[in-house]
Design a protein around this ligand. Structure first.
Ligand code: TRP
Length: 371
């Protein structure tokens, strides 16, 4: 059997460069590798609603943004199936059955869920409206189970995600093993596929904070204009001790160099900064002193423009035809339903809850009541 990919994103905002290097760029490569029989990319609106119950409009508005980001990054609807999670109700039914295979205690041990509950400030003790203490929504608490449905519904063998998703894949694998051992071989055990380059796994924000995040205002968006990119690169955090050009500089913790680690190639040097053979030579000069931040930023800007300009152009084309983008999502969702429906039928059969198709069951009960 061929290899199948499923992955996705919560539509809580536009996608930024962190998403691009962490996942989108890789997805495009995987799409073009010809190694996979099928690729499903899911806009996880239902999962996003598990912790955005008071702001559903945000999710509704961002589905198109994420879809535009996917298409402009180079995902090709002829080669991959892009769909919206909530439009595939089969996923909910699967999750409902999987819930019986997972304990509350096991979910409580899921490190990502644990951390996210803290991050979102859900109260672990009593709720109190006046003190704005809200408990954890049940849907949020159980989203790893729903994610197991997302993955298994498509018989995914391969799930490209960031490290933070490792506990989800682990739980999915446990659910698959449990299901198969109780009901017989039905579901496929998925493997996680991590990003290749360590720097790319988590791109810091332009301010040097550990993570690009909308709320910190330190993101570079795929939809940013040339002007915005220039401004953001020029205001990037570098080395606060590198005051004069002649001062020795630090490349560790220097965002410009972290981005160069992630993006620059020897070809970029030949093209834009031929005085250095490669990044090591450039770093060496910066450390020694005598290389100014302006030169480094100019170089990074050139690289980023080269990367982002085709994305921006594709986006502009799709923006001219939004109904077509919704049509792509609709077609993708129909295809996703068809595939998930097949798996669901197999699951029901394995669980022997396909009563009306079960001639043996009907015959057995006929016999039982025959006088
Ligand atoms: N939890 C993922 C995220 O927050 C999104 C997601 C939902 C997902 N279902 C998935 C990723 C299934 C991979 C497979 O990024």
């Amino acid at each position: 059997m061929g290899k199948i990919i499923l992955t996705g994103d919560r539509p809580t905002g536009k996608l930024h460069l962190g998403h691009y290097v962490g996942s989108l760029r890789r997805r495009v490569e995987l799409q073009n590798s010809g190694e996979f029989e099928k690729i499903f990319i899911m806009i996880a609106d239902a999962q996003a609603l598990t912790d955005n119950a008071d702001n559903p409009e945000k999710i509704r508005q961002n589905i198109i943004e994420v879809a535009l980001d996917y298409l402009s990054a180079g995902l090709d609807p002829e080669k991959v199936t892009i769909f919206i999670q909530s439009q595939v109700p089969e996923l909910c039914e699967l999750a409902f059955y999987y819930m019986n295979l997972v304990s509350v205690q096991r979910l409580q041990r899921n490190p990502t869920v644990k951390q996210e509950i803290q991050l979102r400030g859900f109260s672990e003790g009593d709720e109190d409206e006046n003190q704005n203490k809200k408990g954890t929504p049940v849907g949020f608490f159980t989203y790893p189970i729903s994610q197991a449905s997302d993955i298994t519904a498509f018989k995914a063998t391969t799930v490209p995600v960031g490290v933070d998703q490792a506990p989800m894949i682990e739980q999915t694998r446990e659910i698959v093993h449990k299901f198969n051992s109780v009901y017989g071989e039905t579901l496929v055990t998925p493997e996680m596929l991590l990003p290749e380059n360590a720097v790319c796994m988590r791109l810091p924000g332009t301010d040097g904070k550990a993570k690009m995040s909308k709320s910190l205002g330190n993101c570079i968006y795929l939809s940013d204009t040339t002007k915005e990119i220039k401004k953001k690169v020029n205001s990037m955090f570098t080395d606060p001790e590198h005051l004069q050009i002649t001062d020795p500089g630090h490349v560790e913790g220097n965002v410009v160099f972290t981005y160069l680690d992630a993006f620059s190639t020897d070809e970029h040097f030949a093209k834009y900064l031929p005085e250095y053979e490669n990044l090591d030579a450039m770093k060496e000069h910066y450390r020694r002193g005598g290389l100014g931040d302006g030169t480094c930023k100019k170089f990074l800007f050139n690289i980023m423009e080269e990367m982002l300009q085709p994305i921006r152009e594709r986006r502009a084309e799709y923006e001219k035809n939004i109904p077509e983008v919704y049509e792509i999502l609709k077609k993708g969702s129909e295809e996703a339903r068809r595939v998930a429906g097949q798996t669901l039928a197999e699951v029901r059969k394995a669980m022997k809850i396909d009563y009306f198709d079960d001639a043996e069951l009907i015959a057995e009960h006929t016999k039982k009541y025959q006088k």
